[in-house]
Design a protein around this ligand. Structure first.
Ligand SMILES: O=C(O)C(=O)[C@H](O)CO
Ligand SMILES: [Mg+2]
Length: 261
């Protein structure tokens, strides 16, 4: 059965960040992921994670004012990336997390080859720094409608980059929302890349709302992930149409929902 995780940048976002952990646990989530919790006290977040008995999954490398989509694949910014990664590593370790998503960045068309080479070099470095802590480094293809010019936009491209990185602790974050926009054929592409996939995320397409509307049948997809042997978590990275709790009907078959006592 797919194990759903709450992305606390998107879900329960109507309350203060520290209150979101208990809110997720109260509806049955056993795991959470964050995006950029760099403005919060790590010890306070860790206390909430422990108090709610949650598994802490991933964080992202921090956005920069001139590079909100990251710099891991931006030529000439390797030293800055190394510093950014150290910050993410310290945070992930303090939270007891399992993964760090390294955002590749926006790169002009003419520099994409150089950008990929930089990405590979930076990922090797990140992997070697993360390995002693048992952490996975993730890369995620993002769709070019939402993120024009983003260096990494297709699962096939991510697979080619992972082959060049040659580190077992670097994996693909397969966000079905982005993958559907960038070509679809979700189940065949998921199966083809399964050995490389370290995390999955979902949202309705094209609305990015609860995965109970739009062009993807998530009940079918989640059952297929199970059948194909995916044993990781599925991050709920969607924008609730209203209160998070009111939109959880779709997740009831997977053990998530408001408890009525
Ligand atoms: O945008 C996404 O889908 C993500 O998962 C990342 O965290 C980048 O924002
Ligand atoms: Mg995502």
């Amino acid at each position: 059965m797919p194990r759903l995780a709450a992305n606390l940048a998107y879900l329960f976002a109507d309350r203060p960040p520290l209150d979101r952990f208990a809110a997720a646990a109260a509806v049955g989530f056993r795991a959470v992921e964050l995006q950029y919790p760099y403005d919060q006290d790590p010890a306070a977040m860790r206390a909430e994670i422990v108090r709610s008995d949650l598994i802490m999954l991933g964080v992202n490398t921090a956005p920069l004012p001139d590079a909100p989509s990251g710099i891991a694949g931006v030529p000439g910014r390797e030293a800055e990336f190394a510093a950014l990664f150290e910050r993410a590593l310290a945070l992930a370790v303090a939270l007891g997390g399992r993964a760090i998503h390294c955002l590749a960045g926006v790169v002009p068309e003419a520099q994409r080859e150089a950008g990929e080479a930089t990405f590979v070099t930076n990922l090797k470095h990140a992997a070697d720094r993360a390995a002693p802590h048992g952490l996975t480094v993730l890369i995620e293809p993002l769709n070019t409608v939402d993120r024009p010019g983003y260096l990494l936009d297709r699962a096939e491209q991510a697979a080619a980059i992972l082959a060049r990185v040659e580190r077992a602790n670097v994996k693909m974050q397969f966000d079905l929302y982005h993958q559907q926009i960038m070509g679809g054929d979700l189940l065949r592409r998921f199966e083809r890349h399964l050995p490389l996939i370290g995390h999955v995320q979902i949202a309705a397409v094209p609305s990015r709302a609860e995965p109970d509307e739009g062009e993807v049948n998530h009940a079918v997809v989640l059952a297929a992930l199970d059948r194909l042997g995916y044993a990781g978590f599925v991050g709920c990275e969607y924008l609730p149409r209203g209160r998070t709790e009111d939109g959880l009907g779709w997740a009831a078959p997977w053990g998530i929902g408001v408890r009525v006592s």
